[in-house]
Design a binder for this molecule. Structure first.
Ligand SMILES: [Cu+2]
Length: 268
């Protein structure tokens, strides 16, 4: 039956069409800010994308090659009455070749990405700025603790917010990431930043954006039934004074809700 070769060919064509379409859609694989499809808003973004594309090229070429062989062989060696299949035991030379080539590719990728990894993950590369916030992941929300008017974290005037990340355009933002319960993953898709939140650890994460606007923070680790709900607003402010304005309102709102919890301004 030659139908099998046709089916394999169609599946491969469909996959390749998806690959080919991806760069033309702003939200297909590499989400970008609306209206500006080929611009990544963070400074790490371009490097992450180029690493992603190198791996995509390597796997894509191998995929197309193996699919061509698969389709061609299943077409050519179709079952015919009277023809007997022949078998042979593995070829050592072939096995050595197809072990060495992938190993060499992996070593190349490992060496090639080292600079980017160091820039994004090595603690020595962390920007020397006061922390923007401490972010604690828990089932199923992001709890954000910003330093209050005293500018210091973990003091009584800290501002507590849920699912609301704010920072300023063009300035490196440093956060401390924690988890209260299980493994979560702090993922800023538009900024190409991803970091696991591990119970018991406090992990510094830094990022920036050259475009003010609204983005998204999501959890990228299946952490329970409500995993899909772990989304947070991300606001990148145009200027520091916009940010300060927002922070002032957040502090005032927190004062109101604390008064409410204490029974209102009249103390009832
Ligand atoms: Cu989660």
């Amino acid at each position: 039956m030659r139908y099998w070769s046709i089916l394999f060919a169609l599946a491969a064509l469909f996959s390749v069409a998806c690959f080919a379409y991806a760069p033309f859609d702003a939200n297909w694989w590499l989400p970008n800010d609306p209206g500006n499809h080929h611009h990544v808003v963070s400074s790490f973004g371009r490097e992450i994308d180029s690493l992603f594309l190198i791996i995509l090229w390597i796997t894509g070429i191998v995929f197309i090659g193996t699919q061509l062989v698969l389709v061609w062989e299943s077409f050519r060696f179709v079952d015919r009455p009277g023809r007997v299949a022949t078998y042979f035991h593995g070829s050592q030379r072939l096995e050595v070749v197809w072990t060495i080539i992938p190993a060499a590719i992996l070593v190349f990728i490992a060496l090639y990405q080292m600079g980017t990894w160091a820039e994004i993950k090595f603690r020595s590369s962390a920007p020397k700025v006061p922390p923007l916030a401490e972010i604690t992941a828990r089932q199923f929300q992001w709890i954000m603790r910003y330093p209050g008017p005293d500018g210091r974290l973990n003091t009584t005037d800290d501002v507590h917010l849920v699912n609301d990340l704010h920072f300023v355009k063009g300035k490196p933002a440093l956060i401390y990431l924690r988890s209260q319960d299980v493994l979560h993953s702090f993922f800023l898709p538009q900024l190409r930043i991803k970091q696991d939140a591990v119970p018991g650890l406090t992990i510094p994460v830094w990022f920036d954006s050259d475009t003010a606007g609204h983005y998204e923070l999501v959890c990228a680790e299946l952490c329970g039934w409500g995993h899909y709900k772990m989304r947070s607003n991300v606001t990148v402010h145009e200027t520091q004074s916009d940010f300060d304005e927002w922070m002032k309102r957040a502090i005032a709102d927190q004062g109101v809700s604390q008064l409410a919890a204490a029974g209102g301004p009249q103390g009832r």
